[in-house]
Design a binder for this molecule. Structure first.
Ligand code: NAD
Ligand code: LMR
Length: 346
């Protein structure tokens, strides 16, 4: 779970040199889309992180207000705001991690793929700027449809000669956060004890919670078939549950900011040299040979992804194995759509 800690005061004269994996405990984070529904609470949580020394906020609107507001919090991270395309280079320069929640969101009745026509171009252009101005940064893509925007980001980075698959992530942490919350509630367990790996992608049936691999193991063993199907359906439809509850006013923002902050903190701990950092994320891998991108548990380290834990896909239940087969063509189509978009719009 995310454990926001109050930062220790630092000497004002301290010189901070932020480089990936420097073990300094101080990193520069850029958030693109920082004035949005996710961007604002995520910026607040990042401002509270003791691992963040500089926080650069970029948006096409309202970033001055968010920056002024956030800069009054008395935590050490220095906040700076940037707006307009000309400011993007300055925002990105020296960033260790770039988080991208920029783009449009779903209204009731829409699928995440309905966002492709707008968000594909936004992600392409922002990631091109990352390649130019922060080529060594870890890139966390939140903008939907994640199943396609991450392959888009990869293609852009390849074209720019800046692609390192270990440093590109689709943020699927919210699926894990939801799975943990729903399983804990269903089984009456302390939520801090629950850990459910969620693999596949981040849309409807491509989201595959591996309830048989959940911790605590006793709880995983005690799920009935009905419970497994009900919980899997709730986890898969949880984004739609929020979209419908907000009735046109937005999609998940607070839980997403919480999840993105958890993944940011994990990435920073990895960069900082901690050797026990594991999270699920949508990354390039060969875990499922037909799928060049797949969400899976990964070990995070100084260079980003240190290991993709393929072992988690062994010993699946019949239900999970069937669901995995079912999601493959859906996820492949979304990946191919993203790759084709970049290749056709060069
Ligand atoms: P929002 O509309 O509240 O905020 C989006 C922000 O992006 C706005 O401030 C907007 O000005 C900004 N923006 C648009 N184009 C931009 C550009 N070219 N450069 C910089 N900023 C730009 O939306 P939100 O609720 O914050 O959601 C953002 C995205 O995150 C959506 O695509 C949504 O579907 C997705 N999302 C993903 C997950 C996930 O689990 N990965 C969860 C929730 C939402
Ligand atoms: C979510 O899972 O909440 C996000 O992907 C937003 C959405 O549109 O459902």
């Amino acid at each position: 779970t995310l454990r926001p800690r109050l930062p220790k005061p630092r000497a004002a004269s301290r010189v901070i040199v932020a480089q990936a994996g420097n073990g300094s405990g101080s990193y520069k984070v850029a958030i693109l889309g920082a004035a949005g529904g996710i961007g604002q609470p995520l910026s607040l949580l990042a401002k509270m992180s003791p691992l963040v020394s500089a926080l650069h906020l970029y948006d096409i609107t309202n970033v001055e207000g968010v920056t002024a507001d956030l800069s009054h919090c008395n935590t050490p991270a220095q906040v700076a705001g940037f707006t307009g395309k000309d400011a993007l280079a300055g925002c990105l320069l020296g960033a260790d991690v770039v988080v991208i929640p920029a783009g449009v969101l779903r209204k009731p009745g829409m699928t995440r793929d309905d966002l492709f026509s707008v968000n594909a171009g936004i992600v392409r252009d922002l990631v091109a700027a990352v390649a130019d101005h922060a080529p060594g940064a870890l890139v966390h893509v939140i903008s939907n449809p994640v199943n396609s925007t991450v392959p888009i980001a990869a293609e852009v980075l390849k074209q720019k000669g800046a692609y390192d698959p270990r440093r590109l992530f689709g943020v699927t942490t919210l699926d894990v956060v939801r799975a943990n919350a729903f399983v804990a509630a269903r089984k009456g367990l302390p939520v801090a004890d629950v850990d459910v790996p969620v693999v596949g992608g981040h849309a409807a049936a491509t989201i595959l919670p591996l309830l048989s691999k959940a911790r605590p193991k006793a709880a995983a063993a005690a799920f009935t078939d009905e419970e497994v199907e009900e919980l899997a359906a709730r986890i898969r439809d949880a984004g739609t549950e929020v979209v419908e509850a907000k009735a046109g006013a937005g999609s998940a923002t607070l839980s997403m900011a919480y999840a993105a902050a958890r993944f940011l903190e994990a990435s920073l701990r990895g960069l900082d040299g901690h050797d026990d950092v594991y999270e699920c994320a949508y990354v390039q891998s060969q875990v499922v040979p037909e799928l060049p991108f797949f969400a899976c548990r990964v070990k995070l380290g100084r260079g980003g992804v240190e290991e993709v834990l393929a072992s988690e896909l062994r010993g699946l239940t019949d239900y999970e194995a069937r669901e995995l087969e079912d999601l493959k063509p859906r996820l492949k189509a979304s990946i191919d759509k993203g790759i084709a978009y970049v290749q056709q719009n060069q």
